[in-house]
Design a protein around this ligand. Structure first.
Ligand SMILES: *Cc1c(COP(=O)(O)O)cnc(C)c1O
Length: 385
């Protein structure tokens, strides 16, 4: 009988060691038995026990755990989420290739596609992910290599339809599932080819690992690996160790943070200074039904809007005593950020407006504190406006 996902988070990615905690292998290099053996490892696919840019036992354990959680043949870790995304794009696309991506994708992904990719002749069409059929309609047969979605999206928590994207044939489909974590949704079950995570966020979960990962078929990820060995954005075993530790507690953390996010979201909706609250599991979210269909948890991140712009947001966050001004999410501490001037600062004003990243929008990452204290902190700060 297959286990439930939160049990798999405990059992996945263990090698045959008797140790309960994973072993850290800081070694960059392994001794070969002979020159023939060295040649075999130098030319083999994802050769283990050779050189750590090719593979590392601690990193492999993390990759095995992610593959098991995502229900894919394999996974491939990178030095960060952007390392994963950039390696995927550059391994599969050439000058003249075309990409379809959603218009409200992560800030650095958008600037990567608009900047370096455009410079190399890789063209991207940005689509509104909430418009039915938008991804499929933008595909150019024979030219589109990748369809890139992010659901839920950061920071407006829009939800893209996984079944609709999974049904697209021709280009490889990629879903940045960072906000959901592997326990929040399984894009693979909807036919998505590659699942991507910034494991720096909820998977690592403690703000002490910078690491990214792709999960998918071996054939495809072997192709990406062959490129990544040259690109070199590989994961550190130290970060893989911390991320693997994070996976073990992901089940209880996601459950708690999801519940806190909903409790805080409801409290914010009651406050007269708050004009809108966004979270996929809120009843009035525009794609609430879809979110409930494809997600097990709505996630630890919400965003909300107040009337007034940057100055008003600044007054609010300065009045907070528990929540920290910081841009990441998924960790134990509650964090608040102003996306328009931080995570999404690379986008021009018109794009920010079109994807709803307004001057009055704040993103909140719910930590593991008691929800009551977080609500009191926010209410006190809102009352000063
Ligand atoms: C943080 C993040 C990334 C980038 O990950 P890094 O580990 O910071 O490189 C990509 N996508 C989403 C949705 C993110 O939140």
């Amino acid at each position: 009988m297959p286990h439930k996902p939160d049990t798999t988070a405990i059992t996945a990615g263990r090698n045959d060691s008797l140790s309960m905690s994973p072993a850290l292998w800081p070694s960059t290099v392994w001794e070969s038995a002979s020159l023939h053996d060295a040649q075999f490892r130098a030319t083999g696919m994802r050769s283990r026990e050779f050189y750590s840019r090719f593979a590392n036992p601690t990193v492999s354990q993390f990759e095995d755990a992610i593959a098991e959680l995502e229900g894919t043949e394999t996974a491939l870790a990178f030095g960060s989420g952007m390392g994963a995304l950039a390696s995927l794009v550059l391994s599969l696309c050439s000058s003249g290739s075309h990409i379809v991506a959603q218009n409200n994708i992560y800030g650095a992904t958008a600037t990567f596609l608009r900047g370096p990719c455009a410079r190399f002749g890789i063209e991207t069409t940005f689509v509104d992910p909430t418009e039915p059929g938008a991804f499929a309609n933008a595909v150019i047969p024979g030219r589109t290599m990748l369809v890139i979605a992010e659901t839920p999206s950061n920071p407006r928590l829009t939800v893209s339809n996984l079944s609709e994207i999974g049904a697209i044939k021709g280009p490889f489909t990629v879903v940045d599932s960072t906000l959901a974590t592997p326990l929040g949704q399984r894009p693979r079950d909807f036919g998505i080819d590659v699942v991507m995570h910034s494991a720096t966020k909820g998977i690592g979960g403690h703000n002490d690992a910078l690491i990214g990962v792709l999960a998918g078929d071996s054939d495809l990820l072997n192709e990406v690996w062959a490129y990544s060995v040259m690109h070199g954005a590989v994961a550190s075993p130290h970060d893989a160790l911390n991320a693997l530790r994070g996976i073990r507690t992901l089940g209880v953390r996601i459950e708690r943070q999801n519940a806190t996010a909903l409790t805080v979201a409801h409290a914010l909706q009651q406050h007269p200074k708050v004009t809108a609250v966004h979270h996929p599991f809120l009843e009035n979210h525009a794609q609430h039904q879809l979110a409930r269909q494809q997600m097990r948890f709505g996630g630890s991140v919400l965003s909300f809007e107040i009337s007034g712009g940057f100055a008003e947001c600044n007054r609010l966050v300065e009045a907070l005593s528990l929540a920290h001004i910081a841009t990441s999410f998924g960790g134990p501490e509650t964090l608040v950020c102003h996306p328009a001037t931080s995570t999404h600062v690379g986008l021009d004003a018109q794009t920010l407006q079109s994807v709803g990243v307004t001057d009055g929008l704040l993103r909140l990452s719910l930590g593991l504190e008691n929800a009551r204290d977080i609500i009191d902190d926010l209410t006190n700060a809102l009352n000063t406006l």
